[in-house]
Design a protein around this ligand. Structure first.
Ligand SMILES: [Zn+2]
Length: 656
């Protein structure tokens, strides 16, 4: 009895102490839980085209982002986070693989896909039991570009989307709805949700009440509208009871120049406006707000998530673990500097831009190299590269080392270079040698990107005007370009397109031939020439042009697709070659990951032409599933008609 009483008394006396011990243990477990792989829910939110300095938690004058601010109040805000590229697809490739573009191989939107040899965060988390979904909001991130690797669901279909000159897109309300429906279904499992919001990208047309609230600054209005939806995501997490067990990451993919340094939009320069982005981590549990000044990179997200979930990051991952900052650290020993690049200047025969940020410095390698003190000169108006020669030299060396270490073996990086279709194309004489992927050659004698910004701005205006069918406007800008840059081949190609669009065949040919006189091996000019020839019924000549273009540059999905189309469906049987059509179309499908509707349509026609109707039916059905309901309404109807033909064992041929 006594013993029991005394035990009870002991318990009673010690109750307070014990409770305190339990609290400490729980706290430790929670903390250990975060660091030892117990994160059950990951919500990774990507804000497209989002400059850091437009968020109120980053000091913007108006209250643009109350919901993100609240996450920052309980999380870790990186005041100096940088994107690797001011372009959507390459930046997202970095965010989701933890590697810089010289390693993952995606340098531009539309032009490259993320090769299968890359490992995405979804692929890393999958084997650890995480079910994953991505909801993307721009066709720039369409599944055909390879970012969907590893995701159990990759939603890139915009049922209620809208069309823009840079592709189709959907608004935040739709993205949120789809993401939250998925979350509701999967809340009981370990899950990884990737949400991509495209609203802050041009055009800036925020819905009400944000339009009125941010009248005069519609870019800020779009950011506020997106933030409103992030509020809805947080609300849902709380409602489902998983907010406290969730790791929430908010990051911008790149910024927007808004006229700084003469650039209206983004992609051409790698100054702060284009590459400095928000980055916030809200860990499971609650903690006090922490702000980190040390420069970090979007490539650091992957390794950090791996460490928080107890997943071993693949050796290719180049980012750092930011976990050190979560444990009170203020600095980090980076293996490499924070890296950024853009390959857009290459389109103007200028040197591409590559840079590093280290401490308060940004170094940019260009024909006239640049060095800025970001702490004293955030507007980057005073180039110190000459004055601070030693600093510039040190950073250039670290940049070059990092890039050299990053470049993979070219053969490893891209699109099944040894596939059967590739071997067959070689046998048909289309492929002479491998492309020279990888290392960026820097030639100090090439023009400096800074001297060609006006050409870039004018070129964008031409492209947009052509998309909007404002052909007169497009032509007058082309003439202005010729008056300053008479040898700009891209503008000759654009004039070819404009003349062809207004059915002036003679002028189209004239401009394309002028362009080819300047640069006889320009594959894009040959392809455009072939398009013009085919659309005016010169099928034989079009075939020759496509073949010539593909001998110069074999991996052009457009040229492969168009040539396959002719060889499968030409009205005149003399031009048909179903076997070759299949080879060309398969290769075009390989380059677009078997996800591009129009390329799949061509392959279906090629199979049908070759009498392989079962495969034709199968691929035509895939083409319908993959078609964008906004952009391809008419195309879907046409493919459905062809599908009926294939089911009846008939090939499809164009009419005379
Ligand atoms: Zn973007």
């Amino acid at each position: 009895m006594n013993k029991q009483v005394s035990e009870r008394q002991w318990f009673s006396r010690r109750k307070g102490v014990l409770a305190a011990v339990i609290l400490v243990v729980v706290a430790l477990l929670t903390w250990r839980g975060v660091s030892a792989g117990k994160v059950r829910h990951i919500v990774f939110i990507s804000l497209d085209t989002c400059r850091a300095d437009y968020l109120s938690c980053y000091g913007f004058g108006k209250n643009t982002t109350p919901n993100i601010d609240r996450l920052a109040d309980e999380g870790i805000l990186f005041a100096n986070a940088y994107s690797t590229v001011p372009l959507t697809m390459p930046a997202h490739s970095s965010m989701l693989t933890g590697t810089i573009p010289p390693r993952h191989g995606v340098r531009n939107n539309h032009e490259n896909s993320l090769a299968k040899s890359n490992v995405t965060l979804a692929e890393m988390l999958g084997p650890e039991g995480f079910v994953s979904a991505a909801v993307v909001s721009s066709s720039v991130l369409g599944a055909k570009f390879g970012l969907g690797q590893g995701f159990d669901m990759y939603n890139d279909r915009f049922e209620n989307g809208r069309s823009r000159w840079h592709g189709s897109e959907r608004i935040a309300a739709e993205t949120t709805r789809i993401g939250l429906e998925w979350l509701e279904l999967n809340k009981g499992r370990k899950c990884f949700l990737f949400l991509h919001y495209y609203d802050p990208h041009r055009n800036f047309e925020p819905p009400e009440p944000f339009k009125t609230r941010f009248a005069g600054n519609s870019y800020a209005g779009e950011i506020a509208y997106t933030d409103h939806h992030i509020g809805k995501v947080v609300e849902k997490l709380k409602q489902l009871g998983i907010y406290d067990s969730s790791l929430i990451i908010v990051a911008g993919d790149h910024g927007e120049m808004l006229g700084e340094h003469g650039e209206e939009s983004h992609g051409y320069y790698i100054y702060s406006g284009a590459v400095k982005v928000p980055l916030i981590f809200k860990l499971p549990g609650r903690r006090k707000a922490v702000q980190i000044e040390e420069p970090v990179s979007l490539i650091d997200i992957v390794r950090t998530v791996c460490n928080l979930t107890g997943v071993e990051a693949p050796s290719a991952v180049q980012g750092e673990d930011l976990g050190r900052f979560f444990r009170g650290g203020k600095t980090i020993e980076r293996q490499n500097s924070v890296y950024c690049e853009t390959w857009l200047p290459e389109a103007y025969q200028a040197n591409n831009l590559q840079g590093v940020i280290s401490g308060q410095w940004q170094y940019i390698r260009s024909s006239r190299e640049e060095l800025y003190n970001l702490a004293e000169d955030p507007a980057q108006s005073k180039n110190l590269a000459v004055e601070q020669r030693h600093q510039a030299r040190t950073l250039r060396d670290s940049l070059e080392r990092f890039v050299e270490d990053s470049v993979r073996d070219a053969n490893e990086a891209n699109f099944g270079m040894n596939s059967r279709a590739m071997q067959q194309l070689k046998a048909l004489g289309y492929v002479s040698g491998a492309g020279d992927e990888g290392m960026v050659e820097f030639d100090p004698d090439l023009p400096d990107a800074k001297d060609l910004i006006e050409l870039h701005v004018a070129g964008r205006l031409v492209a947009r005007s052509i998309y909007e069918k404002k052909h007169k406007m497009a032509e007058s800008v082309c003439m202005e370009i010729f008056s300053r840059w008479p040898n700009h081949v891209e503008t000759y190609i654009q004039m070819g397109k404009i003349a062809s669009a207004v059915k002036d065949y003679g002028r189209a040919v004239e401009y394309l031939e002028k362009g080819l006189l300047i640069e006889p091996e320009n594959s894009k000019a040959h392809t455009e020439y072939a398009v013009v020839l085919a659309s005016h019924g010169h099928i034989g000549q079009a075939i020759e042009r496509y073949e010539r273009s593909l001998r110069i540059e074999p991996d052009q999905s457009l040229a492969l697709n168009n040539l396959a189309w002719i060889k499968a469906t030409a009205a005149d049987p003399v031009y048909r070659d179903p076997k070759e059509a299949v080879v060309l179309a398969v290769r075009a499908c390989e380059l677009t990951g078997f996800t591009d509707s129009s390329v799949l349509d061509t392959l279906a026609c090629a199979y049908a032409a070759a009498g392989r109707f079962g495969e034709a039916v199968d691929v035509a059905q895939q083409a319908i599933r993959r078609a964008d309901p906004v952009e391809h309404q008419q195309a879907i109807l046409r493919i459905q008609k062809r599908l009926q033909l294939f089911k009846a064992h008939s090939p499809y041929h164009e009419e005379q």
